[in-house]
Design a binder for this molecule. Structure first.
Ligand SMILES: [Zn+2]
Length: 248
């Protein structure tokens, strides 16, 4: 659906190979962060998070390996190591350390990793965050939130029961049966969330095959992931709202 995505202009598409070139110090070819010949730290350049870690833009990632690489680079890029050399190297170590932390945080989590890849592909996901909801409520503007069609009925019923619970709390009379009904619905939605995750996992495999050139339909796989992430976010928000009402 066209309303689910739009082109994101905020994120530049970085040139591939931005991290390779000649070493500033010895002129030899350098690897991503350190010169292969003289070992000197190389300038910090804007780069996407996959490239930063020397990874292809694939979604199946060995997270344990990513973590090891994160710790290895954290030590080697630590700004304290460049206090004596001073000058630009210290600046680069600071910049690269900051890039490293952002890249690691984004890629280690499967959902933020997927959302980030979709951004690189030019897609902006629907804003369904709590902050966006609160902002829309405060300004009185209608926030576009597409209910997945197959969930319409259940969501309608859930909202009625949530409203009933809120009213009950105000009156000081909350029925236990209503609460257990809502708990039941919450469990159902949590199962739907898990189902969405396994659907997403299948699309990861297809995406990685696309990147390898083994499968056509890049746009179709991309749009499939967008739809699943939006659905996932929608359901996660419902679960969050029900949990908050049940616990308050
Ligand atoms: Zn060098």
């Amino acid at each position: 659906m066209a309303t689910n995505s739009k082109t994101d202009t905020a994120l530049p598409i970085y040139a591939e190979g931005a991290l390779t070139g000649a070493c500033w110090s010895c002129g030899d070819m350098r690897a991503a962060h350190f010169c292969q010949a003289c070992g000197k730290l190389q300038p910090a350049v804007p780069t996407d998070y996959f490239t930063f870690f020397g990874l292809p833009r694939k979604l199946n990632i060995d997270v344990a390996e990513l973590e090891r690489e994160f710790h290895r680079l954290s030590r080697k890029l630590h700004p304290d190591l460049y206090v004596i050399s001073g000058g630009p190297e210290r600046e680069w170590s600071l910049e690269k350390s900051s890039q490293l932390n952002d890249a690691y945080r984004t890629l280690r989590d499967p959902i933020t990793r997927t959302a980030y890849l979709l951004k690189l592909e030019g897609v902006q996901l629907e804003e369904q965050s709590k902050a966006a909801t609160d902002k829309a409520r405060a300004s009185g503007e209608e926030k576009k939130q597409v209910v997945p069609p197959d969930l319409l009925e259940e969501v309608f019923e859930l909202n009625m029961q949530l409203e009933e619970l809120r009213m009950g709390k105000k009156m000081g009379e909350v029925g236990e049966s209503l609460k257990s009904e809502l708990q039941h619905k919450k469990n159902d939605f949590e199962q739907k969330l898990a189902a969405t995750d396994s659907e997403l996992k299948k699309l990861w495999d297809r995406w990685d095959a696309v990147v390898d050139g083994n499968e056509p339909g890049r746009i179709a796989v991309r749009d499939g992931m967008v739809a699943l992430l939006n659905r996932r976010k929608y359901i996660a928000n419902l679960v969050r709202d029900v949990t908050a009402e049940l616990e308050s």
